[in-house]
Design a protein around this ligand. Sequence first.
Ligand code: LLP
Length: 384
Amino acid sequence: MLKGNFPIKEFEGIRTPFYYYDLALLRRTLDTVRDIFRENPEYRLHYAVKANSNPRILRTIASYGFGADCVSGGEIRAALDAGFKPSKIVFAGVGKSDEEINLGLDAGIARFNVESAAELEVIDELAGKKGIVAPVSLRVNPDIGAHTHANITTGLAENKFGINYEQLPSVLELTLKLQNVKFLGVHYHIGSQILDMEDFAALCNRANYVSESLAKAGVAPGDINLGGGLGIDYHHPNHLDIADFKAYFDTFKRFLKTTPGQLVHFELGRAIVAPCGSLISRVLYVKEGISRQFAIIDGSMTELIRPALYKAYHRVENISSDEPEEIYDVVGPVCESSDVFAKGVSLDKCRRGDFIAIRSAGAYGESMASGYNCHPLPGSYFNE
Ligand code: LLP
């Protein structure tokens, strides 16, 4: 079995659990996107910082000249610290606080992706107090159900995100009337871990419809932001280590209608960083249950909550052992019965001290870690 290329010798001296990032893979991923963008000069990427805000990951992405999609003041600060230019930072989120809006205004970020009329009025007021005009896009809820986990769809009318698209004309009217905001674009995001390109084609159709209605009203947004959402293959991390960016961007090329000079923004997170990260932990105990055996590891839902929260699949590998496989439930030490990484999986025989890699954990892993049970936050280790 191919186990990936882990520098196990170097892991010996590191306190587990920790995140291991393959920066070479991250660069190959970013090169792939950059090459596609060279052929499509109207495309812009604002990397979704929420997927992974580790400073070294952010610096690597910033070094490519890409922008950042932030959802809090903390993320804006992290992006600025990592070298993202303010003119390439966009700020989304349904609940931006006054403090966060002021931070964005003071930093001179590129765009506030506004999610309600109420928020628009606050941005207008705060910008007015500073004597400046805030650049805004309106986030439209396209009411499209993506084929993904119910907890990570965001584009349905029942979700809290965006402006219902029937209410768009009235919010647009307000935007054009207010003195301290400038309408620059329309923003969408339908969900995450989407592998069916039909979902993105449906988003294009909805975006085309909105663009046509705006054109009829004499409004021409300078850009269209399609959000993120491209999924990765969690089952085959070695075989398919770069997401299918070609299929994704080809779908927009084929179905999205734009006007000359209009820019097309994307906010990918997972597809950029998920494959390059693994959570590395050690086997503490092998415990014989009545009908199953447990590999109890020192990593837990506090470092990687996705399996507990969404029943998400991550491939688990014993990267120390080469002994015949046995069947295990791989569990962490947290006092919650949902603290399980995998049930009934086949792993090379586990012994105390073996390194266990939980793969494809570069997105929504470290960034969602918590201190529950007084666990320290995980460290990170890079292959260069
Ligand atoms: N843009 C907006 C407005 C978003 O809300 C998101 C993700 C993205 C971009 C980036 O989406 P991506 O390309 O990563 O799919 N914690 C969940 C995922 C939550 C995604 C939230 N929004 C998980 O672990 O699966």
